[in-house]
Design a binder for this molecule. Structure first.
Ligand SMILES: NC(=O)c1ccc[n+]([C@@H]2O[C@H](COP(=O)([O-])OP(=O)(O)OC[C@H]3O[C@@H](n4cnc5c(N)ncnc54)[C@H](OP(=O)(O)O)[C@@H]3O)[C@@H](O)[C@H]2O)c1
Length: 286
């Protein structure tokens, strides 16, 4: 029951109506009997600063941040954790007694989704396509996993710069190159894991795929972080080629679980969040 003591959490973005965060977090709050509620606010770009002032003045306990505010919100926060600072984007804010701290849980969510699928990352050859916000966050986490990382991006300079920055930071060898079917072929031939962190294949372009079907093979694990549609063309073709697959919804669940754990300092009920997400998707969310 909502009462005077109820803690308020929210997600801000524009558009926001199809956000899956309220379903996941409210299910988790209910399951653990937490006196809290999670709501969604559509915030126009020009109102972002006011919205952040509102978070402070209303004492909103925690916030998820989605498009288009992930980068713009930084200038209104008090502090960033190391992932958010490296990536230059925030998807989670903790209101620590009036101090607003920004986090980025996308990379943590992706790596946890891979590990929970049964993969050990140490020593694995991983091809990451995409060096946008999500790609950077994932690369930042993978660079700390003692795997062999190769980053490919349509704008090759972005991939090279990201690889060089990570090499300097973590003293590890990382390849960065432009994305083409030729560079993909070269990188995938002995790879263990392929991650799509581009938006290729996302609605309304669900007939597109960033990787030719003939490059997919048994023994390869393919993760597509696109979750709308849940079953992307890349995932469909990976399955038909005999590869193992990890869905974008798994990353979504684990990035949400990581936000929950930042806010509550207690393990998130991941299965409850997964069920809430799947129920919501069945009802036509996202
Ligand atoms: N599952 C999850 O929890 C989760 C979390 C975050 C994001 N996502 C999804 O991940 C995707 C990327 O999000 P983002 O925030 O990283 O977006 P972003 O910052 O805009 O980056 C987009 C990325 O896609 C690449 N790209 C776009 N169109 C392309 C094309 N036609 N061919 C090749 N590459 C193309 C871009 O390459 P250039 O740099 O060359 O432009 C860039 O690497 C979105 O679909 C988003 O919904 C999922």
């Amino acid at each position: 029951m909502i009462a005077g003591t109820t803690k308020v959490f929210c997600v801000i973005g524009d558009p926001i109506e199809h956000s899956l965060s309220p379903a996941m977090h409210n299910a988790a709050f209910r399951h653990l009997g937490l006196d809290a509620v999670f709501v969604a606010f559509r915030v126009d770009r020009k109102n972002l600063e006011h919205a952040v002032k509102g978070i402070r003045s209303l004492g909103i306990a925690g916030v998820n941040v989605t498009m288009p505010h992930k980068t713009a919100i930084i200038s209104y926060l008090d502090e960033l954790n190391k992932e958010a600072e490296f990536v230059g984007a925030v998807n989670t804010v903790l209101n620590a007694e009036g101090k607003l701290v920004g986090f980025n849980t996308d990379g943590i969510g992706a790596v946890r989704a891979l590990k929970e699928s049964g993969l050990t990352l140490k020593g694995k050859k991983i091809v990451l396509i995409g060096a946008g916000g999500a790609g950077k966050a994932i690369a930042f986490q993978l660079a700390q996993e003692a795997c062999e990382l190769r980053i490919l991006n349509r704008d090759g300079e972005k991939a090279k710069q990201l690889a060089a920055k990570l090499e300097r930071k973590f003293n590890t060898k990382i390849l960065g190159n432009s994305l083409s079917q030729a560079t993909l072929k070269e990188c995938i031939k002995d790879a263990d894991v392929l991650i799509n962190a581009t938006s290729v294949g996302m609605q309304p372009n669900h007939n597109q795929t960033p990787v030719d079907r003939e490059l997919l093979k048994p023994g390869l694990t393919v993760m597509d972080i696109v979750y709308n549609p849940v079953e992307t063309r890349l995932i469909r073709e990976a399955k038909s080629a005999g590869a193992n697959v990890v869905y974008g919804t798994e990353m979504l669940i684990f990035q949400g679980a990581a936000s929950f754990e930042i806010w509550w300092k207690t393990p998130a009920p991941v299965d409850v969040m997964r069920k809430a997400l799947s129920d919501k998707l069945c009802r036509g969310g996202a």
